[in-house]
Design a binder for this molecule. Sequence first.
Ligand code: NOJ
Length: 541
Amino acid sequence: MSYKWWQSAVIYQIYPRSFQDSSGNGIGDLQGIIERLDYLNDGTRDSLGFDAIWISPFFKSPMKDHGYDVSDYCDVDPLFGDLDTFDRLLAAAHQRGIKVIIDYVPNHSSDQHPWFIASRSSKDNPQRDWYIWRDPKADGSPPNNWGSFMGGPAWTLDEHTGQYYLHQFVPEQPELNWRNPAVKEALFDAIRFWLDRGVDGFRMDVIGLIIKDEMLRDNPVNPNVNLTELHPNDVMGRTQSLYNLDQDDVHPILKEMRQIFDRYDGDRVIIGELWGPLDRWARYYGENLDEIHMPFNFRLMDEPWETAAEARQKVNDLEAAIPAGGWPNYVLGNHDRIRLATRFGPRARAAIMMLLTLRGTPTFYYGDELGIKNVDIPPEKVQDPQAKGLGAGRSRDVARTPMQWDDTPHAGFSRVEPWLPVEDEYQVRNVTAQTADPSSQLNLVKQLLYLRRGSAALSIGEYESLSDDPHVFLFRRWHGEDEKIVALNFSGKRISVDLERPLTLLLSTAVDRTRQAVSGVFELRPYEGAVFGAADKESIE
Ligand code: NOJ
């Protein structure tokens, strides 16, 4: 069986505003990414060795949702550079063997996109039907009860034409009408534009939202909601998302979209931002694996779990839900969620070891290798429209703060004050300091990636969980002759695991004991994880 590059790859997500500012305006840019590529992979063991980067949107945008409101799908926003900078970034990445995945925002454009400007200009404009317009109800209220992810209703009345338009994010993100073939073609053209330029794949934003119920029916009221706990502006939280996402008609469109990719060489990949119950989610692979290569799997990030037993259950449920031949993937952090270090606390290192040793492609969020935590944002510095709409508790700014390169002012991210504050502890938590500390989290990640890269079992092998210990997640990965055992203690207690035979300890999350022979029983320290190899195949240092 042959494997595609994206199956054995580890992806690093870059939020371009916050990675490296090269222009001196406090906001990261594409040139900044070029300058930091060696950190991610310079081809030697000194760098981390990521195989691919996914760059969040850098397209032309009024930045009402920091780039997820696109006003030109085929150009770079001057804040980040230009097409030439992008081409140089792509070439520099490819030179280092790094694949480049870009974002694609098909559900909505910016209200400043020429398509929407035309569409809103009059009811009989030829592009009126490119967006979703409806008359008010008899009492003047919105056409249905849908809410926005950012708070408030999902409809805004356009005074000029007297109709409402749909937007499930901020009002400046009107939703495109994918039932109109011209819209579909225009958005397919945008895909071809970037594939022709040489990108290796796309991460598709809220792809399960692009098709809505044809009749735009009201969503059912959410019976589980506690209205006293719900933010007063959380209209979406009052209902269940039955008619606004995961509609059957989305699948034929995705099949068509996939055919575009299949016509290119190089195994270009589609990753979809999707969620929801496992059976519905798994359909996005396509009946014949002919839709999305990897629907993002957020379960270990979004769903509550504390113990090894709970983690194992989630992994085993996922493995069981994936269609034959489908490839899993795992995510523990991104630009919409709280930081991995904040989510997992003392279990963070074991969680990272799990992410990088399970069967499936891991996506790693920038800065999580250092353990950057959520940063409290003072009210006057709030940027995120979701925090503005639904309160500080829903802020995504907390996990979008600048990358911490060194202990100089602004952490080496910028010469000037950055767009969001740097974490207070950046003088101790930064790339330079952690590179010098052999047992740092950064070095753990580096060694895990190195181990994974050199092991067919870890990168493409099979998976099987080995025990039902409530505190230790013990599993086996294997491919051909290569076999690895992973033991993750998610509890604060010392626990002995029965490995049933002598093995070689290859790496501990504490990065202090490596290459040791171990007898059949091994004692894990609190929150410690360990990877083992066969006793007779691995050399002992
Ligand atoms: C999901 C993206 O990840 C998020 O950042 C954005 O606000 C929404 N989609 C809307 O595009």
